[in-house]
Structure formats: C-alpha cells, structure tokens
Design a protein around this ligand. Structure first.
Ligand SMILES: Nc1ncnc2c1ncn2[C@@H]1O[C@H](COP(=O)(O)OP(=O)(O)OP(=O)(O)O)[C@@H](O)[C@H]1O
Ligand SMILES: [Mg+2]
Length: 232
C-alpha cells in the first residue's frame, strides 16, 4: 500500500470577484517525496493556490486535506501550519523582526524549542544557506537576494513536513541559485515549487503541473492539448 498523500485538494473553486474565477474545479495531490513544479502564466492563480493550502484564502467550494486532516476552519489550519512551511512570493511578507537571527529563530521558538536550541538551529540553517555572519544584520537593510535566502532560512529552520515555495530563486545570482538547487534536491521533504525558472525546475522537480484556465493539468498534457488545439 502506498503512503497516504500529504496534500489533497478536491474540486476547488475560488474567485476574488464573481466575474473572474481564479480556480475552477481544481484538484491536486502531493504525495510523500514529490517535488512538484507548479507553473502557469502571471496571474494564473499559483500564489492563490498555495495560500489556499495554508488557509490564508478560503475557497468558495471544494475540500482540503493536509497531512490526512480535513482543513476548513482557521483552527484546523493553525494546527498544521507548523508542519507546512510557506515561502512567500514577496520576502517582505515573511520577514518582520529587526535582525536576521530573530527572524530565523522565531519559528523554532514558536515550535517550543528553548532559546539555546532555537539559536543553534538558526545558526546551522543560516550556515547551510551560506549566510554565516548575517545573524546580526538588520533585516530590512539586506539586498533582495539576501532577503530571499533569509526568508528561506525562516522556513527551513522549522523543518516542516511540507515545503510550499513561491518563486524561491527570485533575485538570486547563478552561484546562489545553484547552491539552492543542491539544497532542495537533497531535502527529503515533499514540496510544491512555483517558479518561472525552467532550468531550475528541470533540476529539482519530480513532476510538473500547470495552472491553465483555473484548472491544474500535468505539464505534458498542457503541451499536448495546446498542440492538438484543445485549449479554450
Ligand atoms: N487580494 C486580491 N484581490 C483581488 N484580486 C487578487 C488578489 N490577489 C490576487 N488577485 C488576482 O488573482 C489572480 C491570481 O493571482 P496570483 O497572485 O495567484 O497569480 P500568480 O499565478 O501567482 O501570478 P504571478 O506569476 O504573477 O505571481 C490575478 O489576476 C490577481 O490579479
Ligand atoms: Mg504568484
């Protein structure tokens, strides 16, 4: 018997306004060990879909199961948020403490680690990302790429069971992107990665899905349907 799915979305419909649906009966499954690339044009609804998985947006219809728990209410989602790490598309939405070490230690402290443990985890996570020496930097003074890595450190420091990464390579130079590629390849966690960076996705993703007209289809189907003129 295969291991149970980590995320199951069924028949999700979501719109910000009644005239323009973003998700239209979308269904999605993340299985253990999968690294799913979520692609689609600007405005397709990719970020919205990750926010729905975290309970930050509520779909009009459909069901959400995270780690075998049906999630409907804020209480349901708050119970799983420590186990699902979301890297926001905009690093400034993630970083809110004065210094880097405070931002990275915030998650472990919230999970119940004591000060010494949270600091140890934070120093190690920063070191793994090549950020040793950044601990006491003022977060809002960091460059865009540095903020991206610190934001990722805040997520990885919590060692979540599932990673939801919204455009993780944005603002990273080639060297740092290649280090991030190695790190993500080596991580055992299942993840959903939104990116417009094809070469990065080709190296990290085990499967690709695309948001097309509010529905999720496998990467290959998108290409086949487009060739066959089946897109509407
Ligand atoms: N808070 C909001 N209120 C109204 N409309 C919104 C809101 N957030 C997003 N939208 C709209 O919903 C649609 C989906 O947005 P979303 O951010 O999910 O797209 P995306 O696929 O992540 O795009 P990108 O690749 O540019 O990041 C877009 O048309 C966007 O303008
Ligand atoms: Mg987005």
């Amino acid at each position: 018997m295969s291991a149970p799915a980590l995320i199951v979305l069924r028949d999700i419909c979501f719109s910000f306004s009644p005239t323009k649906p973003v998700l239209n009966h979308a269904s999605f499954v993340l299985a253990p060990g999968e690294k799913i690339a979520l692609t689609g044009p600007n405005g397709a609804g990719k970020t919205t879909l990750l926010h729905i998985m975290m309970g930050l947006q509520t779909p009009q219809t459909g069901t959400i199961e995270i780690l075998q728990k049906t999630c409907k209410t804020e209480k349901d989602f708050s119970a799983i948020r420590g186990k699902v790490g979301l890297l926001f598309q905009d690093s400034d939405d993630q970083l809110f403490c004065p210094t880097v070490i405070e931002d990275v230690a915030f998650g472990p402290l919230n999970l119940g680690y004591n000060d010494a443990q949270a600091l140890e985890i934070s120093y190690k996570t920063l070191a793994d990302l090549g950020l040793s020496g950044f601990e006491n930097r003022i977060t809002h003074q960091l460059s865009g790429g540095e903020k991206r890595l610190v934001a990722l450190a805040t997520v990885l420091a919590m060692a979540p069971d599932i990673l939801l990464l919204d455009e993780p390579t944005n603002g990273l130079d080639q060297t740092v992107e290649s280090r991030l590629t190695d790190i993500l390849q080596a991580l055992p966690q299942a993840m959903v990665i939104i990116s417009h960076n094809r070469s990065f996705l080709d190296q990290v993703a085990t499967r690709k899905v695309t948001l097309h007209n509010g529905d999720l289809i496998s990467g290959d189907e998108t290409i086949k349907n487009t060739i066959a003129g089946k897109t509407s």
